[in-house]
Design a protein around this ligand. Structure first.
Ligand code: CA
Length: 223
């Protein structure tokens, strides 16, 4: 389980990180909202712990953007401003739980466990096209029973294709889905990544699954 903690107070951050690591979780930490969002958009985390008051971009801003990008991992918000109004805004924005500061580590741990458990219960089904399968929960990809190792970017692309199998995806759609803003997304970059992905899933295998639709984009389908 990999968690992302976005908290600008160094003391609080190291207290949470150290505690959770002792419990066996991998914990990434960012000290401001922009860095936190960029890390969160990698889609590698099973849970987010977001402080609300943060430099550059606040916790609610991060949350909103994660949900807009269809990142569904549970979010626990930390705040000193735990007014009713804040809670409502946080939950409306897509937070799963709320923890007012100060809190004990045991309380935080209990919430983290509950959120991860709840998420495991609503585990998404394995995606399948021909003999290619992708498990969104474990991030495992296999073809013909053989494990395929993908980079985070390749995984994001394949996940997107598999959720839209049989549908032609334009380069603009792929760019919008797979890249953070600020990234120089030239057509060329997308083609390069698609080629990496295609090599891994289609090379020396039949039938080919990832097809080029000339002048339009790409489609994942059998034959
Ligand atoms: Ca803060």
């Amino acid at each position: 389980m990999r968690l992302l903690l976005v908290e600008d107070e160094q003391k609080v951050a190291s207290f949470i990180k150290k505690g959770l690591e002792e419990e066996g979780y991998a914990v990434d930490h960012a000290a401001d909202g922009e860095t936190g969002l960029a890390m969160g958009l990698d889609g590698l985390h099973d849970l987010f712990i977001l402080d609300i008051n943060l430099p550059k971009l606040d916790g609610l801003g991060i949350l909103k953007e994660l949900r807009r990008k269809k990142i569904t991992a549970p979010v626990l918000l930390l705040t000193v401003r735990a007014t009713i109004e804040d809670k409502v805004i946080g939950l409306d924005t897509g937070a799963d739980d709320y923890l007012p500061k100060p809190f004990s580590f045991q309380e935080l741990l209990a919430r983290v466990r509950a959120l991860l458990r709840r998420n495991a219960d609503t585990r998404q089904p394995i995606l399948q096209v021909a003999d290619l399968s992708l498990d969104p929960a474990t991030r495992q990809v296999q073809r013909g029973g053989e494990r395929i190792e993908l980079t985070s970017k390749e995984f994001t692309l394949l996940d997107y294709f598999m959720r839209n199998q049989g549908r032609v995806l334009t380069r603009a759609m792929i760019a919008e889905h797979g890249w953070d803003y600020g990234f120089e997304t030239t057509t060329n970059v997308i083609d390069v990544y698609i080629n990496y992905l295609r090599k891994k899933i289609d090379d020396r295998r039949e039938p080919k699954l990832l097809h080029t639709v000339r002048g339009v984009g790409y489609v994942l389908k059998e034959e």
